[in-house]
Write a protein that binds this ligand. Structure first.
Ligand SMILES: Cc1ncc(COP(=O)(O)O)c(C=O)c1O
Length: 377
């Protein structure tokens, strides 16, 4: 029995190192990483500015909890709020993962509204802690805990009539994954998101955007909230926020941030200086290298260049894309792997996912285009 529990179907190689959009296996094989280390490597693997910032911070102060004020934490919080100006963000609490970021948002909504109802959408995926699990539509991970999960109401994603008809007045929070990644890059219209915002605001209930995949400029603007023209009560961020250093963030609107009391939330490691330095460097690289624009340009190119015999359509936005295949997507995934390209599967058997670093290179794009058009089925 291996010492490390096998809880995940891993790529069939041992990974040694990564650089930009490439990773190298121990046997020397190089792969283009269109999977982005699980949608995490926003600035690419081991970006030199990230490595330098992390090394400098590690040499200065590796850790102190929220019990001490840290300049790097305060600067990082301000930089994140400035970056999120387009969606009305005003205050942030830092934790260590996406599930925690959602859990904290849901807890605050329950506390501040004094209500207990939670609403989520079919196909949404929000994490493995209890409240996050209760709003996640993935029976294989929720069923064993069905007896103890807090009840939540599930509505059809993108369905305007459901949003019009549902009574949100007993609801503490509605949580939505703006592009449903795991369930196959499912999208909804801007009009639907805007109406959802109007209905939840009128009922005094929180709207939480789970931007753990869609945030950090992946959609070509800072957040999905900005993309769809919505100001949520809370935005959850994680994954690409610090380019691979573990981090989570619950970002609140001014009204919700103003109601947070000392002791409402806590985390030993959340907001640690290493993660803060990595997040600051990530925000600077995204701005300096104009990675939001790069995400838009690459998406536009792939939407035109990939369709053909192997790929029916390219779905999604920015660099959170799905390749819809005419038959089972697994055969195309195997072919791309043989051509040294890593991509993601999804809950939809005819959709593969692309979520590379935002600075994905021309060489990686050409390799993907060539391999897709070589596929004979
Ligand atoms: C949309 C979304 N929300 C939440 C999570 C949970 O994040 P974490 O694994 O960091 O807890 C994930 C992870 O895949 C995710 O994709």
């Amino acid at each position: 029995m291996p010492a490390l529990l096998e809880t995940y179907a891993a790529f069939p190689f041992v990974l040694d190192r990564g650089s930009g959009d490439r990773v190298h296996a121990e046997d020397g094989t190089e792969y283009f990483d269109w999977y982005g280390g699980h949608c995490v490597t926003s600035t690419g693997h081991s970006h030199p500015r990230l490595v330098a910032a992390i090394a400098e911070q590690a040499g200065k102060l590796l850790f102190y909890s929220a019990a001490a004020r840290l300049r790097v934490r305060e600067q990082a919080a301000q930089a994140l709020i400035d970056y999120l100006a387009g969606c009305g963000a005003a205050g942030v609490f830092f934790c260590n993962s996406g599930a925690e970021a959602n859990e904290n948002a849901l807890k605050l909504a329950i506390k501040q509204t004094g209500r207990t109802g939670l609403v989520s959408f079919d196909g949404g995926w929000h994490g493995r802690t209890l409240l996050a699990l209760s709003v996640t539509d993935d029976p294989k991970i929720t069923e064993p805990y069905a007896g103890i999960l807090p009840p939540s109401q599930r509505l059809p994603f993108g369905d305007l009539a459901a949003v019009e008809q549902f009574d949100f007045t007993k609801t503490a929070a509605v949580i939505v994954e703006p592009i449903q990644s795991m369930s196959g890059i499912r999208t909804a219209s801007a009009a639907w998101f805007q109406r959802l915002r109007e209905r939840t605001a009128a009922a005094g209930c929180w709207l939480i955007f789970d931007e753990i995949q869609t945030g950090m400029s992946r959609m070509g603007v800072a957040t999905a909230a900005e993309f769809y023209g919505v100001q949520p009560d809370a935005i959850s961020l994680a994954k690409g926020l610090a380019s691979g250093v573990p981090i989570g963030a619950t970002v609140l609107s001014a009204e919700r941030a103003a109601a947070v009391k000392s002791g409402d939330l806590g985390s030993t490691f959340g907001g640690g200086p290493l993660a803060m330095a990595a997040m600051l460097a990530t925000l600077r690289v995204i701005a300096d290298e104009q990675l939001a624009r790069r995400a838009r340009e690459v998406a536009e190119r792939l939407r035109a260049s990939l369709p053909g015999a192997a790929v029916q359509t390219v779905i999604g936005e920015g660099l959170l894309l799905g390749l819809r295949t005419p038959g089972p997507a697994a055969a195309l995934k195997r072919h791309l792997f043989e051509r040294r390209l890593l991509v993601g599967a999804s809950g939809d058997p005819s959709v593969l996912r692309l979520m590379p670093c935002l600075n994905v290179s021309e060489a990686a794009i050409v390799a993907l285009e060539t391999a897709v058009h070589e596929f004979k089925g």
